[in-house]
Design a binder for this molecule. Structure first.
Ligand SMILES: *Cc1c(COP(=O)(O)O)cnc(C)c1O
Length: 395
């Protein structure tokens, strides 16, 4: 089975597709027909690779952590996506899609954001490339994420509050879709994870696949082998995980581990562990596993990390889960916090709370002494200092 890319209709097994209102057909069809040709062209790749190198700061280091390796009695490498410009992996995709939009002749960019990380990455790419940028964000999220809202504004983006429903991410998605329907010819919608209608899951996975491409090269350079025994990443929608897994999913000797946000616990009613709690449904334009009631109402997810607080999961990951190609762990808030503090003290690296979920797998799974384990450190913890400080004050 090919786990890496969807079929021509955008399906990974039974997951994926494009479930969209008829008004969006022209936009989505245009993308479906053109994305591969454009992003694989030499012209595009030259420009994109040059920006990844000199603007984003790639390749990011693959760092062998002697201290973590000693603690867990195995060989642990961290892929340092936290060292990218803007502090996480999201810029790889935002920049790629902004360039794609330019090639498609679109000068207006819309995006939606929950925690504000994708909004900041998109606003950054738009500032760089001279594109108009409108970011939809739930009214409640705007209040919760003031520093990122300020960043977006300084970068020249217009932040538009979504005031309907629960005033959070899913309402912002609805507003963005409405905007796209109203501006089909001038506007490109930069989706921030491997979700949404085909071709977005594949498009975003391809832009993030630079992560596993570099891991292969760097492992080879450092220890003379291209494949680790394990790759581990956290999953919100699943874009850093898709990038980390991409060049390994079709190589059976590499074991794949995904960490979802368990919140207060899978059975607590306050969780975001979609593979444990989800059922087949349609969310944001594709068919996948969705946290929903029996009559199809989306259940509000909960996680201490805003970036994992999503009631769905990308179709590629739903397929990896169903086919048992990947092992899924549910990591609770307190377990992620502990791992964030552990890494900070052991290695002097303050990770994003999302990334700390991937690190927490080390406490759940026993690795052999000669295993090579690569963990994606998807982002840095600056944005989470308020949460970390509130824990410190209780210690
Ligand atoms: C947004 C975010 C995530 C979750 O998004 P994915 O699409 O699942 O990667 C993970 N880590 C960080 C640092 C993020 O900002």
């Amino acid at each position: 089975m090919n786990y890496k890319n969807p079929d021509n209709n955008g399906y990974y097994g039974e997951f994926g597709g494009a479930f969209i209102p008829e008004m969006l057909y022209p936009n989505v069809k245009e993308l479906q027909e053109q994305y591969l040709e454009i992003i694989e062209s030499e012209d595009f790749q030259n420009e994109y690779q040059e920006l990844l190198k000199n603007y984003v700061g790639r390749a990011t280091p693959l760092y062998f952590s002697r201290n973590l390796s000693e603690k867990y009695q195995t060989n642990i490498y961290l892929k340092r996506e936290d060292l990218n410009h803007t502090g996480a992996h999201k810029i790889n995709n935002a920049l790629g899609q902004a360039l794609l939009a330019k090639k498609l002749g679109k000068h207006r960019i819309i995006a939606e954001t929950g925690a504000g990380q994708h909004g900041v990455a998109t606003a950054t790419a738009c500032a760089l490339l001279g594109l108009e940028c409108i970011v939809y964000m739930g009214e409640i999220d705007i209040q919760r994420q003031a520093p990122n809202v300020a960043r977006m504004k300084m970068l020249g983006a217009k932040v538009v509050p979504a005031t309907s429903g629960s005033k959070t991410l899913k309402d912002a998605v609805n507003e963005a879709l409405r905007d796209w329907i109203n501006h089909p010819t001038t506007t490109h919608y930069i989706i921030g994870s491997v979700v949404g209608p085909h071709p977005f899951p594949d498009l975003v996975a391809r832009f993030q696949s630079v992560i596993s491409k570099e891991i292969k090269e760097q492992l080879h350079e450092q220890i003379g082998r291209k494949n680790p025994d394990y790759v581990i990443a956290c999953v919100g929608g699943g874009s850093n995980a898709a990038g980390t897994f991409y060049h390994f999913v079709n190589e059976p000797e590499v074991k794949i581990i995904a960490a979802e946000a368990g919140g207060l616990g899978v059975d607590s009613g306050k969780s975001a562990a979609t593979t444990f709690l989800g059922t087949l449904g349609v969310l944001h334009g594709s068919q996948s596993l969705v946290m929903q009631t029996e009559d199809g109402q989306v259940i509000e997810p909960h996680s201490i990390s805003a970036g994992l607080d999503y009631p769905g999961i990308g179709p590629m990951h739903a397929n990896l889960f169903k086919e048992k190609r990947a092992e899924f762990f549910s990591i609770n808030d307190d377990e992620a916090l502990k791992s964030a503090f552990d890494l900070t003290k052991l290695d002097g690296i303050i990770p994003a709370l999302e990334s700390a979920h991937a690190l927490a797998v080390l406490d759940k799974k026993k690795f052999e002494k000669d295993d090579v384990v690569v963990i994606c450190l998807s982002g840095r913890g600056d944005k989470d200092m308020e949460t970390y400080l509130s824990v410190l004050s209780t210690m």
